[in-house]
Design a protein around this ligand. Structure first.
Ligand SMILES: *[C@@H]1O[C@H](CO)[C@@H](O)[C@H](O)[C@H]1NC(C)=O
Length: 292
């Protein structure tokens, strides 16, 4: 339902009954921290080159139902840019274009709560990320917690939708909420499993980052994308996608998350990051994880 339809006043009751949170009325009363989402790893790197990780544009990812975007940034001539490892390897354009795409989509989809996890491989000062958030208008949607939240203190999706603060932004390195209050330091809230996995059975759910953490009190992110390693260079194993991105079965999404739940006292992941999400059956896995 587009916001303009609600404003038209023609069918508010019918529209209201159709309102759900991230597509499901069952999710409205659930806390943000108690919902698992499939996330697109390297969401900005679109294509089938070895340096690319998704087939669909960011808008198409969101339209398909992705509500957790992960994206890599680097500094290119003082401009924050979507680059893969370096801007000579792959340059997918400025962060401002990427964030404008997200802003446009949120404008058109008022009942959706989105998470954006940005990486900051060049340790750029967080105020520069804040500048782009403001210049693109995206900061107006950003959720600003009153302080460091425990897992239980997160609001429900409905609360976030009602407040209009329905974009949660994390930065892996050098987030500082005293400088930009809505860019949350990832590892104050999450731990992650290892990335660049080459074991197709995904037989581990060990904590990889932040090193030395016990994971206590944190949500966690599972990196469920498979790489091939050729002469030490890793790239997405696209031939294995139907197995890697399957909902169930050996090497599948829930095979690994079941292992995670048994390893981590029944806690479910907050996000499962995948490559080429349109392959396999990732939304079935997401529904299973959310009990839908
Ligand atoms: C998470 O949501 C499920 C389904 O509504 C509920 O049964 C469970 O108690 C919730 N857990 C927490 C920690 O809120």
């Amino acid at each position: 339902m587009r916001f303009s339809h609600a404003l038209s006043g023609l069918s508010c009751v019918a529209a209201a009954s159709a309102i759900a949170c991230n597509g499901y009325s069952e999710l409205c009363a659930r806390k943000y921290s108690n919902i698992t989402q499939i996330g697109t790893h390297d969401s900005a790197f679109v294509g089938w080159l070895p340096t690319e990780n998704q087939a669909d544009s960011v808008t198409a990812q969101l339209d398909a139902g992705i509500r957790f975007l992960q994206a890599q940034t680097h500094e290119d001539n003082s401009v924050l840019t979507m680059c893969h490892t370096s801007c000579t390897e792959l340059n997918a354009g400025p962060l401002s274009d990427y964030l404008t795409t997200v802003k446009t989509w949120l404008d058109a989809n008022p009942n959706e709560v989105l998470t954006l996890l940005l990486t900051n491989g060049d340790y750029v000062d967080v105020t520069l990320f804040g500048d782009v958030m403001v210049s693109t208008g995206l900061s107006s949607y950003a959720y600003t917690p009153s302080g460091q939240l425990t897992i239980d203190e997160w609001p429900t999706l409905q609360t976030m939708i009602d407040s209009g603060e329905r974009l949660v932004v994390f930065l892996d390195y050098d987030g500082d909420t005293s400088k930009v209050p809505y860019i949350l330091p990832e590892f104050s809230y999450f731990w992650e499993t290892a990335y660049d996995v080459t074991d197709s059975s995904f037989s581990s759910c060990a904590l990889d980052r932040p090193s030395g953490s016990t994971g206590a009190g944190l949500m966690y992110i599972v990196n469920h994308f498979l790489d091939l390693s050729v002469l030490g260079i890793k790239f997405p194993d696209t031939l294995a996608l139907s197995t890697t991105n399957a909902a169930t079965g050996s090497g599948s999404i829930t095979a690994q998350t079941d292992l995670c739940e048994s390893t981590w006292s029944g806690q479910k992941p907050k996000a499962v990051l995948v490559d080429y999400f349109e392959e396999g059956d990732v939304f079935t896995a997401q529904s299973l994880l959310n009990g839908l």
